[in-house]
Design a binder for this molecule. Sequence first.
Ligand SMILES: Nc1ncnc2c1ncn2[C@@H]1O[C@H](COP(=O)(O)OP(=O)(O)OP(=O)(O)O)[C@@H](O)[C@H]1O
Length: 600
Amino acid sequence: MSRRENQPPARRSIRPLATVLPYLARYRRLVIGAAISLTLAAITTLTLPMAVRRMIDNGFSNSDSGFINTYFSMLMVLAVVLALASASRYYFVISLGERIVADLRREVFAKVTQLSASFFDVNQSGEIVSRLTADTTQIKSAVGATASVALRNLILCLGAIGMMIYTSPKLSSLVLAAIPIIVFPLVGFGRSVRRRSRQAQDTLATASAYAGEAIAAARTVQAFNGEESANRHFGSAVEDAYGAARAAIRARSILTGFAITMVFGSVVAVLWFGARDVLSGTLSAGTLSQFLLYSVFAAGSLGALSEVWGELSQAAGAAERLNELLTEVPQIQAPEHPVAMPVPAQGAIAFTDVHFAYPARPDYKSLNGLNFAVKPGETVAIVGPSGAGKSTVFSMLLRYYDPVKGAVTVDGIDARSADPKDLRDRIAIVPQDVTVFATSVHDNIAFGAADASREAVRAAAVAAQADEFIARLDQGYDTQVGERGVTLSGGQRQRIAIARAILRNAPILLLDEATSALDAESETLVQTALDGLMRQRTTIVIAHRLATVLKADRILVMDHGRVVEEGTHASLIRQGGLYAKLARLQFDHGAEALFVAARS
Ligand SMILES: Nc1ncnc2c1ncn2[C@@H]1O[C@H](COP(=O)(O)OP(=O)(O)OP(=O)(O)O)[C@@H](O)[C@H]1O
């Protein structure tokens, strides 16, 4: 991901799968169950050729039918053991795969939620979601099926080779000589499969990211008649993913074909030698049959191993991508010994010579020597042209980022030395783009205060002027509001956000006034709700309305990342500087009159 983008491609091995090992260690019983049933199934299979030899060499030449009966009964018992072992292998192994992938998903998600704003500045959410779903599914099939097939075949292969040596050392030496010729090319092919499958996963993630974005913005896509171009874009991303997958598939099919040819070719060659020994009387027919079966087992399991190797390599690509997320270090973390914030909270804020550049744009200073202080309970409005750094002030207060130079303090404590959780507990924010989740109204208001009672949620909604419209919804507070709150109006969404902030009851309120026009009634309701919220709290508001600046104790005018003017509306208008210019352009009609009044 971000910090690895410029690094050379990772080692092509199945080592990334080691990520899964700690998860396996948690479920020892399932692992032991799987190992026992795997071994049992393999051993049972390995005894079959011996039975066959005994039957060919003794059974058919010996007319004793009792011998035959004993043999067949034993074979039956073997078959039952094999069936039981296989069934329990399936149970243990598949459960293990599902269990581990559930843990992985949970942990990757938990990790992602901890990552800092700078991570999300450069990584697409859809891409991350793809890791959470597609990549974990691949790990599941690797652990759940592939690994067990690999293990079974490995045991079978080693067992069969051991038995081949025991049965006929001479023929075995011929086979063993052929092994390196088979194995080395396989390893080489495996590498290329792995590289290609990683590419396939990466392209798939890009396609998913695009789809996520387009689906979330379906209305905008339609409004701009953008369906066709969206389809084209997604179509070509999907084709790229298909192309990458095909390259991986091609490499794998070559790998499989090659492995089977080599393995069975050498079996046939060995048999040819064996047949000559039987003819010359130095080898019994039963022993050759036993050897033949073992070599077919060994060859079959080698073939399966090569196929499985390809799958494991694919899963290693997925594990690598997950590992990148799991090992990503959040840039903003609590210090080892966080300083406790003073209790009770006061709500004092100070920015001292703060310089800051976003990590995604290190050469551009969004804050450039910003200085200001806000006293407990004060209401300060920030105004300034677009790009002046107003929203960045909020990001610094919430400690999404740390200053490059200078300090941000809350209640006298440097934001960097406190636990971000304590700091954020003191802050409630009503953003311009309200985030409403696809759950009930109740859960949306109680977001971040999950144990709030229904009464408390209702009281917050009443204070936010939202209770009335909520009561009119089909199921009141239990109404599902649709993804991103699509079933609510803009003003309703804002009041939900205000109720959420009221419920939080934090001493500091950050308010980013919506610029989008609400109708007069909603506007009044939202304004009344906000007035209630701002009372008795330290408030910093990014102001777009005249009414707001008029109510503020103080106005800070920002430009190029610093405060350039400060005062009340009247005093600033009188100065005739940037504020006076902005006020004339930005504020609603009443401004003109006030502007004139303030100047005269
Ligand atoms: N995540 C980010 N990564 C890189 N640069 C950013 C990021 N967010 C903002 N910027 C840049 O930082 C500067 C200040 O942005 P900020 O959003 O604080 O301005 P603003 O005063 O709130 O503007 P507006 O009134 O238009 O919302 C801008 O030049 C902007 O391009």
